[in-house]
Design a protein around this ligand. Structure first.
Ligand code: NAP
Length: 325
């Protein structure tokens, strides 16, 4: 019922409407077991957010995993609930899935998409993304296989992730030159701490070409929630490797500003960090994951938060140091 109330945004020019926040699926089969993953996905739909991001390779880094676990859990959930048509599903291809299984060649993408569809127990993926650039494959070859998949109804739209601005631009030009489908979205790393990578060059390409932008690590792996008070504390959790770079004076300054704004708007720092992202140029829907239903509810709450220009300025000032204009 709430789905009708949630304000939707257009994902680039794809014609696909998405809510203002996407649930990250790399926790399924890693820090969220199957039962918890089902609870999170149920709560997501109840909260009116029907947008989920996964990848074939998730969550291969967890002990005992080989990749495909996140898609498998999602597939079982679609089957158990009979709700595939209610969800906007984003998936990815290209990172290593075993010997000779990686990249964006026509042959490999064809094989990978069939594997993903089987694990996901669906006949189509709404947004199929190149997980990272593959300079050894001509861009028109990759776009050509995506054109086939779109024509076959297996994919609705395509997106890029982790591309440089130059390579994203050249892919868009290849689409025009060869009359192939264009990337409709970009998935970059972007959050209140990691700003320069997106803001220096990618933002301009995305805004100019009307691409949807769905950034990952929106909460800086949980750091921006303010729940870790020290590097030692963060060193004890499964995300330790990703968290350690944030514990420095600039990181602490950002947390202080988040906490100040959170008090003013009666929200929590994670919600403020997401609301800041949602207000940035070109951003369609930040991606964040959750490992408890409480966290999921907080993510849903963030979509209702609008920051004043003064609050945004405070956050910009606290985080601005390493941004190259
Ligand atoms: N394209 C790419 O190369 C790429 C790379 C990485 C990720 N991604 C995508 O982006 C998604 C998001 O990345 P991520 O999950 O690694 O990072 P994230 O969204 O920055 O951090 C999410 C984590 O923060 C914690 N958290 C969430 N809500 C919270 C709250 N309200 N209060 C306190 N802690 C909270 C949870 O971890 P705890 O269990 O520690 O509490 C949660 O799993 C992934 O699932 C994936 O879909 C894409």
């Amino acid at each position: 019922m709430e789905i009708a109330l949630m304000k939707k945004r257009q994902l680039g020019h794809s014609g696909i409407e998405v809510p203002a926040l996407c649930l990250g699926g790399n926790v399924f089969g890693w820090t969220a077991d199957e039962r918890r993953s089902f609870e999170l996905l149920d709560a997501l739909l109840e909260g009116g957010l029907n947008f989920v991001d996964t990848a074939d390779v998730y969550s291969h880094w967890a002990p005992g995993n080989r990749g495909g676990e996140s898609e498998t859990i999602l597939g079982r959930w679609f089957k158990a609930r009979g709700n595939r048509d209610r969800v906007i599903l984003a998936a990815k291809v290209g990172l290593p899935m075993g010997e000779g299984k990686q990249g964006l060649s026509k042959k490999y993408v064809r094989q990978a998409v069939e594997d993903s569809l089987r694990r996901l127990q669906t006949s189509y993926i709404d947004l199929y993304q190149s997980h990272r650039d593959d300079e050894s494959t001509p861009q028109e070859e990759t776009l050509g296989i995506y054109a086939e998949l779109i024509a076959e109804g297996k994919v609705r739209a395509i997106g890029a992730s982790n591309f440089t601005a130059t390579r994203l631009q050249s892919a868009l030009e290849a689409s025009r030159k060869y009359n192939l489908p264009p990337y409709e979205s970009l998935q970059p790393e972007y959050n209140l701490y990691d700003r320069a990578g997106y803001e220096t060059a990618l933002e301009g390409v995305c805004v100019k070409n009307g691409l949807g932008v769905i950034p990952y690590f929106s909460l800086a792996s949980g750091f921006l929630s303010g729940k870790y008070r020290s590097a030692e504390e963060a060193a004890r959790v499964p995300r330790a490797g990703m968290l350690k770079k944030y514990f420095n004076p600039r990181g602490m300054r950002i947390l202080a500003a988040l906490e100040e704004v959170a008090r003013e708007v009666k929200a929590n720092p994670a919600q403020v960090a997401l609301a800041w992202l949602m207000a940035r140029p070109g951003i369609t829907a930040p991606i964040a994951s959750a490992t408890t239903v409480e966290q999921l509810h907080e993510l849903v709450g963030a979509t209702r938060l609008e920051l004043t220009p003064a609050a945004i300025e405070k956050l910009n000032q606290a985080s601005t140091e390493t941004v190259v204009a």
